[in-house]
Design a protein around this ligand. Structure first.
Ligand code: TMP
Length: 229
């Protein structure tokens, strides 16, 4: 596919399961609304009707026997779809796209966690996703024990309330998540211009304030906010 023409602004959120992405995404949405800016949000895996089917297959505990390469291919199948169907058209229309996980998650979970390495992930990203890069990535890194406890608790509650089983990744051992976190840190170091890491046991409001400050700077730099705003 062609690489997407970037006219809008592409923001991604990354972090371990339970790192607080959902809350921070909501707060950023309120912040963007307060400026009356045109924005949309998508999540991965999922975000399209084809992607939702891929998500269900990927996250269901009954998919326990899935080979790491199958998992990798499905993450990219989902991503190619959401880029073509939603992200590229929105960026071309000048919108702000806020994405809950993108290729950094694949590099961290499949490249790091499943130990497939970064090279194959970056290569597939270039071939299947036109090497589309976010303008800014917010990486949430609260203490790992806190994230995992929250994610496992939430999954049990969701399953009890909705019957939806999305627990396959949360069921992984702590060593898996340590490898995922180490890879996220490696990416942040390598891509330090793009990735803003929020590291440590910070209060929700402190994290939100730092994100808003960084996003506002970028919005001004890219002309989405003028001097008068
Ligand atoms: P979510 O709960 O944040 O929506 O993420 C779903 C799970 O999928 C989460 O455990 C991380 C995992 N994942 C990958 O392993 N690779 C990927 O490329 C993406 C996008 C998610």
């Amino acid at each position: 596919m062609q690489s997407a023409q970037k006219q809008g602004l592409f923001l991604t959120f990354e972090g371990l399961d339970g790192s607080g992405k959902t809350t921070q995404l909501r707060l950023l949405g309120e912040f963007l609304d307060s400026w009356n800016l045109p924005w949309i949000s998508v999540r991965q895996p999922g975000g399209t009707s084809i992607g939702d089917k891929i998500r269900a297959l990927l996250l269901d505990s009954k998919s326990a026997g899935m080979a790491p390469m199958t998992e990798l291919a499905m993450m990219f199948a989902d991503r190619a779809q959401v880029i073509q169907e939603i992200i590229a058209p929105a960026l071309a229309a000048g919108k702000i796209v806020v994405c809950d996980r993108f290729t950094d998650s694949t590099e961290a979970y499949q490249g790091g966690g499943r130990q497939l390495g970064s090279e194959i992930v970056l290569d597939l990203h270039s071939r299947l996703c036109g090497n589309l890069q976010p303008d800014l990535t917010i990486l949430l890194l609260p203490p790992i024990e806190k994230s995992l406890a929250r994610a496992r608790r939430r999954n049990t509650t969701t399953q009890a309330q909705t019957g939806r089983d999305e627990g396959r990744f949360e069921a992984e051992q702590d060593a898996f998540f340590r490898r995922v976190e180490a890879k996220f840190r490696e990416i942040a170091h390598r891509e330090h211009f793009r990735v803003e890491s929020l590291d440590g046991d910070l209060h929700i409001s402190e994290v939100a304030a730092r994100i808003q400050k960084r996003v506002e700077l970028l919005l001004r730099e890219k002309g989405h906010l003028s001097q008068g705003n």
